[in-house]
Design a protein around this ligand. Sequence first.
Ligand code: ZN
Length: 415
Amino acid sequence: MRSAREQRSGRPVSAEEIGSKPETFESPLICEFCDSIVEPVRGYKTVPALFRLRRNLLHQPRCALNPTEIINDIARGSHGLAHVTEQGLLRLELPADLISIPPHTPEPGDEPHPDATLIKHDTTTVRPFLPPAITSAAKIARFLQMHDFDPKIVERFRVKPHGQSPVAWGRFCYGPTHESYAELYDRKRTRRTIPHPIAVYGTVQRVDQERGSGRPYATLAVNVTAGEHRHHVVLRSHFETLITPLAVGTHVLAVGDWDVFDRTHIPQLRLFAEDHWQVAYWTTNPATGRPAEPACPPPVTSRQRVLARTEARRRRNAAATPQSSTATPPTPPVKTESTPPPQATVRSARDQPIAEQPITPTYEEAPTEPTDHLITEQPVPPPLPPPPPVPPRPTYPPEEPASRPRRRWFRRRRP
Ligand SMILES: [Zn+2]
């Protein structure tokens, strides 16, 4: 826990006060949300200073930090994906298709029907809707955030990838410590296979615009060191509506094909989000210090996907035949007398040059991303008519072209 209260005065005490001499607070301290006694724990290794319940005590029943309470609550709202084990751990089972709503026979106390779940969520801030697996993961991350990722609390959560053995929470969801990001970075950099979906949790440090496209991207961590390597943790998308809800300080759980992109001066551990449900986010209420309910961006529309494919095709064509396209900016004349670039030594002047990648020596610059995954074998469909003034009610699951290649765990279930 990041915060506690003096029992006598009720004064809030921050974990940053732990360790100062003389002590700046009066013991005993109690939980921020209930009257249970807590004690300061000094930071060690990668764990920051925090407050922890006094030995053998529990949070009171309705306390927001009560793990038993939240574990049962998440299990009830998980559509049968999260189970409480006999040891009191919460095990989240990932379905083969992450966005599926698995068939589920409700038990007493469960939310009775998927529609009812949606209606219930409709009255809170969770709209449009996240699939149950992502909703549960976001709730877990949000709860762990309230505990400052205290290892003793983190170890009460497990994730069971479809058809695999359960793994520790930290093997499914990386962050927010730099050590955790570095571990994922190393696994990806060395091409070690991770046979299940990966989530990354973090807090937005900055939002910048890509050069050229102007699309925003969010940085969750800067200058993370992994051995001799240094990298940033970046969330990007061809669809700016997936990034625009994020601001500095927003907490994010992003699920998908996190990978290492090393064509920048400083490599990036990055995700290119393609669907709204890959990005769950929430803010912290500055007055209460409590995190809000997770939300997600609006679904990507068919029109956005058509435009993105068209743009990718245009860029590819421009790169292949620069002289034939009037839309291509004129390239500077090549002076054959001057020192040619390395490529020119193996390439005749009549060869079509590859697209010039701007050299990106600084952090602010973002390179052009490969857009092959947006190109399909199908011809580009004609532009759609403009969207109606009132956006349609989000469908669940959202529409998308069936032709886009996907990882196994993203494949949509066909009726
Ligand atoms: Zn409490």
